[in-house]
Design a protein around this ligand. Structure first.
Ligand code: HEM
Length: 413
């Protein structure tokens, strides 16, 4: 089957500019539909209604992340799904690719650093980073907000938590982007493997330094867990740090960018938030529903035959839950296409659902709140400095976020 047999085009720049009409049609006509994925090697079930997305994410026994749970060991498809090359084993053995006991063990190693109580202690440090970043641009009157603010803020925070020098953030961003950007074009695979090799070489050096000189940071804590044996293998150690770097910033960049853009497009709600910063947390929740930075979850594999919205899914099938569509389902959210900061959409799926519910949710919420309130306080007259139709959106299938967000503001002369 080729791309021409895709009923819905779910990839590429045109689709990403506004995926919502396509998802609305899918929810109506084909709420659970199987069609070729990006690489066309596999067909994937796309699930778009709230109730079905919720059901998939909540049932972590039928819908698993480790393909080996859903295929017989001799199945040739397994070789394509589980990359056994050593460097890929170093980056892919993370908790978002694990189920059951392995997942619980890995998550429990880092959970305590990300609880709302622990994260709340970071407030002054995050505020200081936000202010420092704005100090650098406040007199310019214009900037690309993604480059100058939305990207550096969350990556500095997660690198500080891990104990990785944040001056290396631009290089880490290149490797992180490579990690999350599937590229089927010729020659891309070699480049990708090189990026992952460089990324893991960098981490190997860092681990050696932290072993020699332990510090009060997450990397040191993870190294100690690895040395104790059984709790964390070498592959899991590397993969955990890669995942925390990637998940710790790729998404929050989108949260900040999408919130600023959406507020600028809804001036009355922007004004309400500017006048009363205590409204920002619910505005952030509404963004996570209305234009959340994660559009689709990681691919799940079906462990046993199951029926979903009258479709029969079989063992070994691939499933993607489209949370960005579920969050616009009017069966769950009245007038779902309307952005409304008074909505307080408690049950949105922007952070996922079930055992893989976002570990970093409290951190992302705090970063989002500080980012928006600091921007609105320090950049008076904040406005879009580009035609909204011309804004470029990232094409990574998983994410919903801007490549750049040109803005301007008033500068006191
Ligand atoms: C607004 C920002 C964020 C959004 C929208 C978001 C969204 C998500 C979603 C939807 C999942 C579940 C994926 C799935 O089930 O396939 C997830 C998992 C995860 N997120 Fe986030 N995330 C954000 C920020 C963060 C941050 C700041 C961190 C920091 C460490 C983080 C770390 C993780 C981790 C480690 C997992 C895997 C959890 C598990 O498998 O148990 N995320 N996130």
């Amino acid at each position: 089957m080729s791309t021409s047999t895709r009923i819905y085009q779910l990839y590429g720049a045109d689709f990403k500019r506004n995926p919502h009409p396509t998802y609305a049609a899918m929810r109506k006509e084909h709420p659970v539909i199987r069609q070729p994925g990006l690489f066309e090697t596999f067909h994937i079930w796309f699930v778009t209604r709230y109730a079905d997305v919720h059901a998939v994410l909540a049932d972590n026994e039928t819908f698993v992340l480790d393909a080996r749970m859903a295929f017989d060991p001799s199945d040739p498809r397994l070789d394509m799904l589980v990359d056994s090359r050593p460097v890929m084993q170093l980056v892919n053995n993370n908790l978002l690719n694990k189920d059951g006991e392995d997942h619980r063990r890995l998550r429990s190693l880092v959970q305590s650093a990300f609880t709302p109580r622990m994260v709340a202690q970071l407030r002054p440090a995050i505020q200081a980073i936000a202010d420092e970043l704005l100090d650098q641009i406040v007199d310019d009157g214009q900037a690309d907000l993604i480059e100058a603010f939305a990207f550096p803020l969350p990556i500095i925070v997660i690198l500080e938590m891990l104990g990785i020098p944040h001056n290396d953030r631009n290089q880490l961003r290149i490797w992180s982007d490579a990690f999350v950007t599937p590229d089927p074009s010729p020659g891309a695979e070699q480049q990708f493997l090189q990026a992952m090799t460089d990324f893991t070489d960098y981490l190997r050096d860092l681990f050696a330094r932290r072993r020699a000189e332990p510090r009060n940071d997450l990397v040191t804590a993870l190294l100690q867990a690895e040395e104790e044996g059984r709790r964390l293998s070498e592959q899991e150690l590397f993969s955990m740090v890669v995942l925390l770097i990637v998940a710790g910033h790729e998404t929050t960049v989108g949260l900040i960018g999408n919130t600023v853009l959406t507020l600028l497009l809804h001036p009355d709600q922007l004004e309400a938030v500017r006048c009363d910063p205590s409204l920002t947390p619910t505005a952030i929740e509404e963004i996570l529903r209305y234009e959340g930075p994660v559009e689709r979850t990681i691919t799940r594999f079906v462990t046993k035959d199951v029926t979903l919205a009258d479709q029969r899914l079989g063992r070994g099938d691939l499933v993607i839950a489209v949370v960005g569509s579920a969050n616009r389902d009017s069966a769950q959210f009245p007038d779902a296409d309307r952005f409304d900061i008074a909505r307080n959409p408690q049950r949105h799926l922007g952070f996922g659902q079930g055992v893989h519910y976002c570990l970093g949710a409290p951190l992302a919420r705090l970063e989002g709140e500080i980012a928006i309130n600091t921007l609105l306080r320090r950049l008076p007259g904040l406005r879009l400095a580009a035609d909204v139709q011309r804004l470029e959106w990232r094409t990574q299938p998983l994410f919903c976020g801007l490549v750049a967000l040109p803005v301007a503001w008033d500068v006191a002369r």
